[in-house]
Ligand binder design. Structure first.
Ligand code: COA
Length: 336
């Protein structure tokens, strides 16, 4: 097993004030019902931002909790990486607004686009920056305000997603307290993409190739579109690849893993992943019922949620696995 270079020193999450249940969606005129959504996805509610709850606002709120948890001040942050598909502005990156909100004046800040794999890829970038000696302390955020890009008249997609932010402080292992010799940190790290699958889950218009226009609004092409069944198939396949590869690279077996924190897209995908990996569902952390699929925010929210429930004591070996639009997928094994 490789010696860890970086470890997760603090976590936090923030969600909007307003929870919207499945029944609320049906009451508001969407042709759906609680039983269908729960049965197909495991989702019971999701959080939806009001206009003042911007990506910057949610990200900064989650970051302050993670910084306090890690005992890190704003001035100690070398880099901020924000995984998101829903930046506050098209230019500049939202990460710089988060930097300003936190007063992290020394940091280099940028966004990373990898859809639902956004936090996982960002954590891998953080590990790389730490390995080269360029950074000691990295604030890694996954955050989304997906409610602004889903089509609330499309029952195939809108019921799945939610808003929120999760933040983690990733630090060089050299900062471990004196006398603490336990090896903890990122033990393996795997990532892949397949751009041939880009239009299985995408926002056709609003970018440079197809700018906003009356036609775009008429055809609602500014909103997320998804081939649900195809995405499901590829999701199961990529989660299986991600879990296998992370275990191989860390020279571990499924029996070694204490807890799996998967991307919280859908209960059925998580169950298929458990079956493939040969890891009992009791070792999977699942909170999709309360948050829906918050894309890049889902894993860091789940991690902070699991830690607040006391499920990640020191020494816990956690496998993270993510997949998302692109297609993108990957995994991390971390000892806490
Ligand atoms: N409420 C009620 N009925 C709905 C519905 C909703 N919210 N959404 C779709 N339906 C209907 C469909 O219109 C269809 O009706 P029809 O048979 O009369 O045409 C029926 O339910 C079955 O639709 P289908 O799309 O075949 O359902 P499914 O079993 O494939 O489940 C998903 C749909 C989206 C739950 C499933 O494909 C899935 O989980 N895909 C992966 C999505 C995902 O995780 N995306 C994020 C990736 S990061």
């Amino acid at each position: 097993m490789k010696r860890p270079i970086a470890y997760i020193a603090g976590t936090g999450y923030a969600v909007p004030r307003r929870a919207v249940t499945n029944d609320d969606l049906a009451k508001n005129g969407l042709d759906t019902n609680d039983a269908w959504i729960r049965d197909r996805t495991g989702i019971g509610q999701r959080y939806v931002s009001d206009p003042d709850e911007t990506l910057t606002h949610l990200s900064a709120a989650a970051s302050r909790i993670a910084m306090a948890d890690a005992g890190v001040s704003a001035g100690e942050i070398d880099v901020i990486v924000l995984g998101t598909a829903t930046p506050d502005h098209l230019l500049p990156a939202t990460a710089v607004e988060v930097q300003a909100a936190l007063g992290a004046g020394r940091a280099m800040a940028f966004d990373l686009g990898a859809a639902c794999s956004g936090w996982l890829y960002s954590a891998q970038v953080a590990e790389g920056l730490i390995a080269t000696g360029m950074a000691k302390t990295v604030l890694v955020i996954g955050a989304e305000v997906l409610s602004t890009i889903v089509d609330w008249t499309d029952r195939n997609t809108c019921v799945l997603f939610g808003d929120g932010a999760g933040a983690t402080i990733i630090r060089s292992v050299k900062t471990l307290p004196k006398g603490d010799t336990r090896e903890r940190g990122i033990l393996s790290s795997y990532g892949r993409s397949d751009g041939n699958l880009y239009d299985l889950l995408w926002r056709p218009a609003g970018g440079v190739a197809e700018p906003f226009s009356d036609k775009v609004y008429e055809e609602r092409r500014q909103y997320v579109r998804m081939e649900g069944r195809e995405v499901f198939k590829h999701a199961v396949r990529s989660m299986a690849d991600a879990t296998d590869r992370a275990l191989d690279m860390a020279k571990l077996t499924p029996a070694d893993i204490d807890l799996v924190i998967p991307h919280q897209a859908n209960m059925r995908i998580i169950e298929a992943t458990a079956k493939h990996a040969g890891i009992d569902m009791s070792r999977f952390f699942v909170n999709v019922e309360r948050f829906g699929n918050t894309s890049a925010a889902s894993i860091p929210i789940a991690l902070a949620d699991a830690r607040s429930q006391g499920l990640v004591p020191e020494g816990t070996l956690v496998l993270f696995a993510a997949f998302g639009a692109g297609f993108t997928w990957g995994s991390l094994i971390v000892r806490f």
